[in-house]
Design a protein around this ligand. Sequence first.
Ligand code: ZN
Length: 173
Amino acid sequence: MTPTGARTPTPRPTAVPTPVVSAAEIAALGTYFRAPIAGLAVAAIQDTFAAMRGSHRHEATDIVAARATPVLAVADGTVAKLFTSAAGGLTLYEFSADGTWCFYYAHLDGYADGMREGRMLHAGDVIGYVGTTGNAGATSHLHFAIFKLGPERIWWQGTAIDPYPLLRAVASP
Ligand SMILES: [Zn+2]
């Protein structure tokens, strides 16, 4: 079944027209981007970036996985925010090491030990566990979003890009 996607949290990444994202920037991200789930399979990735969820676009990709599956940092970076919202449940916002991107992980069952804002992350570090917190519905899944930060690097503001091609590129068939 299709999991009930996350409504975006409040506050949430907004699809403001700026900052502009170039194809070259997305290609650069693809050179270091890693899967957020070990053994990620294409079949587990839902291509739902443009799907409407209520009155807004989903602007994220849902990855179906068993509850308590470790969630891995997709890139080197820092924990920008640990946030709990009605929609996203337990969430983590990671800024990439170069300060360009924010990676958003939602519906977590819990955080990995030692997660705190400001902590440095290496790609592949366990940051938390797949769950159904927030409005995830009955099917445990990771709601994963990527947005480009503006110059002020505010954790809930940016331009969302579709994670699906990046995820698919690092998934096994
Ligand atoms: Zn979702």
